[in-house]
Design a protein around this ligand. Structure first.
Ligand SMILES: *[C@@H]1O[C@H](CO)[C@@H](O)[C@H](O)[C@H]1NC(C)=O
Ligand SMILES: *[C@@H]1O[C@H](CO)[C@@H](O)[C@H](O)[C@H]1NC(C)=O
Ligand SMILES: *[C@@H]1O[C@H](CO)[C@@H](O)[C@H](O)[C@H]1NC(C)=O
Ligand SMILES: *[C@@H]1O[C@H](CO)[C@@H](O)[C@H](O)[C@H]1NC(C)=O
Length: 203
């Protein structure tokens, strides 16, 4: 886990600008979203792991590829129980030779996140991505007692302003207070720089 999403000197050389606080970078997810990105995201697939789940029923978890359009990530999850605590864990992996955690490894409790996410840029970012990609779960507590159905797209604006080209995996795990997996998704995607291809090493 990185101490602060700040300016990182990745591999000792490469500067990585990442919001640490509003004061320092003026980071604001809803504002950053509008800026064009110098890269394209190509989604390869979504998979749900650790199935079958103990307390929930996964009806669908797949990628729908469409001609000339972004693929849709289609998830349908039946949640019979109710939760007033839901841990949300985001982890981003970059594929060097194997996938390794990279930049984002952050957890937040969902009920708190719904109540207050404005004070912390990291939480604000998580909330923004959840709201864009999994809007059905973005509601006040308790969670559950319903089936969540969502078809989402991963867009460039969900990513930080600058990311190195390469293969990524984003893991999102929702779990109960007793650490039972509610859902655990892995999203595989590729980042392609526009114009000259930059790999991690030359980025
Ligand atoms: C982020 O920007 C939007 C639109 O400009 C604004 O409404 C919102 O209050 C800002 N959020 C923060 C935390 O500064
Ligand atoms: C982002 O762009 C949309 C559409 O162009 C616009 O309606 C919205 O106000 C913009 N938001 C910010 C924070 O600039
Ligand atoms: C669960 O949902 C059903 C149907 O929406 C509702 O009638 C019921 O009251 C809910 N149960 C609880 C415990 O809220
Ligand atoms: C919770 O469960 C996950 C997945 O099984 C495991 O990786 C993690 O270590 C567990 N955490 C705790 C605190 O037990």
């Amino acid at each position: 886990m990185l101490p602060c999403w700040n300016v990182l000197f990745f591999l000792g050389v490469l500067p990585w600008i990442w919001p640490c606080s509003y004061a320092q970078f003026g980071f604001n997810y809803s504002e950053e979203k509008n800026l064009t990105r110098p890269f394209k995201i190509k989604v390869h697939r979504v998979v749900c792991i650790d199935t079958p789940y103990e307390e929930t029923i996964l009806h669908e978890c797949r990628t729908i590829f469409r001609r000339n359009q972004r693929p849709l990530l289609s998830v349908s999850l039946e949640v019979p129980k109710m939760y007033d605590y839901l841990m949300i864990h985001f982890q981003l992996y970059y594929k060097f030779t194997t996938y390794q955690t990279f930049l984002i490894d952050t957890k937040a409790e969902g009920c708190n996140l719904m109540r207050d996410h404005k004070s912390d840029p990291k939480l604000n970012y998580m909330y923004g991505v959840l709201n864009d990609m999994m809007s059905p779960i973005v509601h006040p507590c308790p969670f559950g007692n319903r089936t969540y159905i969502q078809q989402a797209m991963l867009k460039e604006e969900n990513a930080p302003r600058s990311v190195p080209a390469g293969d990524y995996r984003m893991d999102v795990r929702l779990s109960s207070k007793t650490n039972v997996t509610v859902i655990w998704m892995q999203l595989y995607f590729e980042v392609r720089r526009k114009g000259i291809l930059n790999s991690m090493l030359e980025w």
